[in-house]
Design a protein around this ligand. Structure first.
Ligand SMILES: [Zn+2]
Length: 433
């Protein structure tokens, strides 16, 4: 299939980055004194430095001595229109313009944290995807679920017990409910018509929802399978399951989803099923392990977070150590935005090597989004998405959590961040930085 790949406008001319340490995302050992050449939006060379070459006036050479170059990172689970910890009274008082501008700011912060591609798993409408692709605002290349599917009374059924619909803060509209076979088919077809890149389905309740728990079952395996069959009739859009309790996780895997989102209580049987089917785990540890300030969140949420962060720490560590494929996803929106690479450190704390964590954030995530032909590694032929940092990520993976540690970002050949002024001959940088 051809996955949707919005492209930022390519830069004119060629860029040659020399002298840095290259971690290319393939899992190979770092290359010291590397060279990366970019022509327009694509990489044309990535490897050891080829000597000083002729002084071609059309090539801008940038010295990256002392820095490390990594592939642009993915966050495969964000909610860029959501801020769960924001004061609901403030959110309710916002004008539509404030919501849009607030989301645009969040989107830009996410890019500046090193995320050049993000997957929004409900809440963000397709206009943001177009605006970024057109260069109207700066942000990660976006893949969108648009909405999340759950049954009546399930994780994303935003109705009060008395039947009153509740508009979730800054969300585009209330998610559709799927109870019958017809609901399933119609809803998936409508989402495909609306150009969703991924279908999000809730097979369990959740931590953040007030009226259910991760042990509640949501969309059944039979309906998950039907959703997968529907997308297979179209472009094979991946299906992502919000699944937290052990049984709902297994229903989702057996139903054929591409990824288990959260997976907090995954058991041995679930781990074996994932290994057998190559299902990807997106453990959203940035949210799972974060216990919020009890003064700022409702009592039910604080208690559930304490309980489920402990469960997630134990079970996700087992899955990681068993070798289940992992992709980086934070659930930002449930946790604060703009510190997405905190997730790398969490994954290393639970058993991944720093190199494997980098791959979870790059090539594994690119595969999950079916963009691995174009993104996920720094290799000739791929889009030039690069993150440049002064810290050594293999020695200090936690250091990447701070957006200040991300010195420069190239996205589709365009320099979108350059705090050290490494790209002096590109005047556009000042305006964009
Ligand atoms: Zn989420």
């Amino acid at each position: 299939m051809t996955a949707r790949l919005p492209l930022t406008p390519p830069t004119e001319g060629r860029l040659r980055l020399i002298g840095g340490v290259l971690i290319d995302g393939t899992g190979s050992a770092p290359i010291v004194d590397a060279e990366i050449e970019i022509d327009g939006d694509r990489i044309v060379w990535a490897g050891p430095r080829r000597g000083d070459g002729d002084a071609d006036p059309d090539v801008v050479t940038v010295d990256l001595q002392g820095a490390t170059v990594l592939p642009g990172f993915f966050d495969t689970h964000v909610h860029l229109a959501l801020s769960l910890e924001a004061d609901p009274r403030v959110v309710m008082a916002e004008f539509p313009s404030e919501r849009v501008l607030g989301a645009a700011t969040t989107i830009r912060q996410t890019l500046m944290a090193g995320i050049t591609t993000a997957r929004d798993l409900a809440g963000l409408d397709a206009g943001y995807r177009s605006a970024i692709a057109a260069g109207t605002i700066l942000g990660p290349r976006l893949h969108l679920a648009l909405q999340a599917l759950s049954p009546t009374g399930g994780h994303t059924d935003f109705h009060l017990p008395n039947g009153t619909p509740v508009q979730p803060a800054a969300g585009p509209e209330i998610s559709p409910i799927i109870d019958s076979d017809d609901d399933v088919r119609r809803t998936v077809r409508q989402l495909v018509r609306a150009e969703a890149d991924v279908i999000k389905v809730c097979t369990t309740g959740g931590v953040s929802s007030p009226s259910d728990t991760p042990h509640d079952l949501g969309v059944p395996e039979r309906h998950v399978r039907m959703i997968v069959e529907e997308t297979a009739r179209r472009q094979g859009q991946p299906v992502a399951a919000h699944a937290q309790g052990a049984e709902g996780i297994k229903e989702a895997i057996r139903g054929g989803v591409a990824s288990i989102e959260h997976g907090y209580e995954i058991d041995d049987e679930g781990i074996d099923l994932m290994l057998e089917r190559g299902t990807t785990l997106v453990p959203t540890l940035s949210s799972a392990l974060r216990v919020p300030d009890p003064a700022r969140v409702p009592g039910y949420l604080y208690e559930k977070k304490v309980r489920w962060s402990k469960i997630a720490r134990e079970h996700v560590a087992k899955a990681i150590q068993a070798g289940v494929p992992v992709a980086l996803g934070t659930d930002s929106g449930v946790c604060p935005h703009g510190r997405n690479l905190t997730e790398l450190g969490h994954m290393v704390d639970l058993g991944l090597s720093p190199m494997a964590a980098i791959q979870a954030g790059t090539i594994n995530a690119a595969r999950l989004l079916r963009l691995e032909e174009h993104l996920g590694t720094i290799e000739a032929g791929k889009l030039a998405d690069l993150v440049i940092t002064d810290i050594d990520p293999l020695a200090d993976i936690h250091g990447l959590a701070d957006p200040v540690a991300i010195d420069a970002i190239v996205q589709g050949g365009r320099v979108v961040k350059d705090t050290q002024g490494r790209f002096p001959s590109l005047p556009a940088v000042t305006a964009l930085g």
